[in-house]
Design a protein around this ligand. Structure first.
Ligand code: FAD
Length: 421
């Protein structure tokens, strides 16, 4: 019998993991990527396997502070005016997902996926022979203001309720743990479980290299449509031709909404843009990745140097970037590191694929049985890459995943209401 032809659309970390998983499951796999694998959101993130990231983006009471955040030119949350109409359905669901019981349930659904995320990477890295790409570093959430630290307690308690170890530390103990921190940092929380990728692009490339060495095909084409029949999608249409297929995985990150619309379906997904700068001449490179709790800036040492990331900007994927705003925030946050000046070696903007309920979309399309959705991983796409690949491989073979995937189903309301207690 000839092998079934699977097409994975989008070659970020999620698509790369899905493509390799399908190959492992005996499919004839083609990864379709319009650019180069790993150059979407996957390229520029904070490289964290965020195993302690149980709290969703929206926490109870947050709505009260949103107007103040939006008016503050130093705040990382931005909603571009021209994008307000497009983001309104998302914002309404986001507001509804802030109810305390829903936050608790969403946190549980994130914790369930997180509990598998690390071990799935362990297996994946062993399989591709690159255990060096991820290490357990822990992560410090650092605060220069005791008031901001007090306000963070809700998130720390939520983690603890889901079994995550949280170590609260004051000044000297923090500096001992990470000597690159400046004296301005007075308090912090340390999450020992967190892991860090040496470089998310290199991780993706290593997975794609293995995929290709084992006979997987990489097609540099842009998907522009689908042909369908009674059994589902029969052909993928691209800028270069048409390809017969038996199975389709949509894993195109923030672009997935448009592909899903071409299939006649709707998902509540928007681009949530983030920025990074690579810093040159940093006097100290932190060994433990840091998050400034005062400014929402992450700092991580990669194999290519020091990276700072920030911003949650709701706007079109291709809107002109606002690097000056991001850099004002980076400069404000730089005080958490000893002697750090923000000498920018390079700058980047990219789009997180974000859902209002901070949960990814993993599951079969309702309309087309041979289509599987795997996107919407928001702030945790690197973290959830390997586990998403494994689940997609299981669904593709019509097996039941050994994890309840109902919380991530594509036809939910995206406000947490599907997670009834
Ligand atoms: C500043 C920042 C910091 C972050 N930090 C972290 C972190 O520390 N840890 C973490 O886990 N996550 C983090 N994230 C989130 C993470 O980067 C994303 O969730 C993840 O990269 C999404 O991966 P993806 O494969 O779904 O999408 P992408 O990497 O965006 O890949 C999608 C791919 O699809 C391709 N594509 C799109 N349309 C088409 C088409 N029509 N035809 C063919 N190809 C197409 C694109 O070219 C792209 O390569 C961060 C994000 C940002 C912006």
């Amino acid at each position: 019998m000839s092998q079934e032809r699977a097409f994975v659309l989008g070659g970020g970390i999620v698509g790369a993991c899905c493509a390799l998983a399908l190959l492992r499951r005996g499919f004839d796999v083609t990864l379709v990527e319009k650019d180069r694998p790993g150059y979407g959101a996957t390229f520029g993130n904070s490289a964290s396997i965020g195993l302690a990231s149980v709290p969703p983006l929206g926490m109870p009471g947050m709505m009260r502070d949103v107007p103040k955040m939006l008016l503050d030119p130093m705040h990382p949350l931005v909603i571009r005016l021209g994008f307000l109409g497009r983001s309104l359905p998302w914002l309404m669901r986001f507001r509804d997902a802030l109810a305390p019981a829903r936050v608790e349930a969403i946190a549980g659904a994130r914790a369930a996926l997180l509990s598998r995320a690390g071990t799935e990477y362990e297996s994946l890295l062993a399989e591709i022979g690159r255990p060096d790409l991820i290490s357990t570093t822990g992560l410090i959430q650092a605060y220069q203001s005791t008031e901001a630290f007090r306000n963070a307690k809700g998130g720390l308690d939520l983690r603890r309720r889901h079994g995550i170890e949280v170590v609260e530390l004051l000044g000297p103990a923090l500096h001992e743990l990470e000597p690159a921190l400046s004296d301005r940092v007075v308090a912090g929380a340390y999450f020992p479980i967190v892991q860090t990728v040496v470089n998310p692009l290199h991780l993706t490339e290593a997975i794609v290299d293995t995929f290709r060495q084992r006979g997987g095909r990489l097609l540099t084409e842009t998907v522009t449509g689908f042909e369908t029949g009674p059994a589902g999608v029969t052909r993928i249409v691209t800028n270069a031709g048409r390809h017969d297929c038996d199975l389709v995985v949509v894993s195109a990150g923030a672009w997935s909404r448009d592909l899903v619309a071409m299939l006649g379906e709707a998902v509540n997904l928007i681009p949530e843009r983030g920025y990074h700068v690579m810093i040159e001449d940093a006097p100290h490179l932190p060994k433990v990745p840091l998050v400034s709790g005062d400014h929402n800036v992450s700092v991580v040492t990669l194999n290519t140097g020091l990276r700072m990331t920030t911003m949650a900007e709701l706007t079109a994927i291709d809107a002109p970037p606002d690097h000056p705003r991001a850099e004002r925030i980076f400069r404000a946050a730089a005080g958490m590191l000893r002697g750090l000046e923000v000498h920018v070696a390079s700058r980047w903007v990219g789009s997180r694929p974000s859902t209002p309920d901070s949960l990814p979309v993993i599951g079969r399309s309702k309309r087309h049985r041979n289509v599987i959705f795997a996107f919407g991983h928001g702030h945790l796409g690197v973290t959830f890459g390997a586990v998403t690949g494994t689940v997609v491989g299981t669904l593709a073979r019509d097996e039941t995943p050994n994890l309840d995937i109902a919380p991530y189903r594509p036809d939910r309301r995206f406000d947490g209401s599907h997670l009834a207690a």
